[in-house]
Design a protein around this ligand. Structure first.
Ligand code: C2E
Ligand code: MG
Ligand code: MG
Ligand code: MG
Length: 291
């Protein structure tokens, strides 16, 4: 080993690369098998109207079960699934699972909640996939309940997504949401050109918002642009009461999603959505007395 290494760093580098390739192949195999065996499930995270604490929508977040029954979060496999071309099938499976659970969803969260599905930017720009996914959404019989969440990378001016795909979704009543807004490349130019229904402000702007003046300014700017363009704004990743109170008192943002209200939950482990928290009830009613 040492002998090889002295001949050049390349040897060590190769070994590391080899190991990485090996690791990748294993993950790839595991992912293919998991999808083949349909070893995945959806957790649902509520979108809450802060003032009333009512659930207005839910977002489906996919998880995989590996062969040992361990749950894998999407951060560890979505990019790979996109690269391997497995994501389209997975997305259809997510929609199937939602529809299989629709009665339970309605019972748990209310029959009028919107249902958000994430679509990777690359898929969102793929006309063939989006044509078949739009057909699947139409076939649910309730396309107007669905919101497709896409990160801002897809919202490039004159992209196929904008000119062909977005109109196709809207045609059947599906709404469009810009996910993780503010951390991509195209933020402001994207907003100038697109017609989304909802904009989700990335968690990085929301964390400790009450003590970060620069994030506060950015939030105000996003808020006024969204108002002007008629988009609903939702704050992602709200974790603390301080953040909620800031949003409630210093902004006009009405909707939020985050651990403060609820983590993503599995339908079979749900008790009814948490009752209003006393301290929040107090805080809200202190400011917005009911008529
Ligand atoms: P996302 O769509 O932006 O979803 C929000 C992520 O933040 C979720 O992670 C959620 O569990 C997490 N989160 C929510 N509230 C909080 C909070 O208060 N604090 C913190 N620290 N985190 C919070 P998750 O479930 O691991 O999903 C990660 C990403 O994977 C999603 O980000 C989405 O981009 C992607 N994803 C999930 N399901 C699918 C899917 O079915 N298809 C595709 N293409 N992507 C998916
Ligand atoms: Mg999302
Ligand atoms: Mg997001
Ligand atoms: Mg996010």
């Amino acid at each position: 080993q040492i002998k090889n290494a002295t001949k050049g760093g390349a040897v060590i580098f190769d070994a590391a690369m080899e190991q990485e390739a090996q690791q990748r192949m294993q993950t790839e195999q595991a992912l293919r098998r998991a999808i083949l065996d349909k070893r995945f499930c959806c957790a649902f995270q509520p979108k809450v109207e802060m003032r009333t604490q009512q659930v207005r929508g839910i977002e489906a977040l996919v998880r995989l079960r590996d062969e040992n029954g361990e749950i894998l979060a999407p951060g560890s496999f979505i990019n790979l699934a996109v690269e391997l071309g497995l994501i389209d099938e997975l997305t259809h499976l997510v929609l199937d699972e939602i529809m299989q659970s629709i009665d339970l969803i309605d019972e748990t969260f209310g029959a009028d909640v919107s249902i958000s599905v994430n679509v990777a930017a690359k898929q969102a720009c793929n006309l063939a996939f989006m044509t078949s996914f739009t057909a699947a959404l139409a076939a649910t019989g309730c396309p107007e309940r669905f919101i497709v969440e896409v990160t801002e990378d897809a919202f490039v001016a004159k992209s196929k997504f904008q000119t062909e795909i977005l109109p196709m979704l809207r045609q059947i009543g599906v709404r469009i949401s810009i996910d993780d807004f503010g951390i991509g490349y195209s933020s402001l130019s994207a907003l100038a050109d697109i017609t989304a229904d909802e904009i989700k402000i990335d968690r990085s702007f929301i964390t400790d918002i009450h003590q970060r003046p620069r994030s506060q300014s950015i939030l105000r700017a996003i808020e006024s642009i969204s108002d002007a363009l008629g988009m609903t704004v939702i704050a992602e990743g709200v974790e603390t009461l301080e953040e909620v109170l800031y949003l409630q008192t210093a902004t006009r943002i009405r909707y939020a999603q985050g651990y403060y209200f609820s983590k993503p939950v599995y339908l079979d482990e749900i008790k009814p959505v948490d009752p209003i928290r006393d301290e929040l009830r107090w805080a809200i009613h202190g400011r917005h007395p009911e008529p």
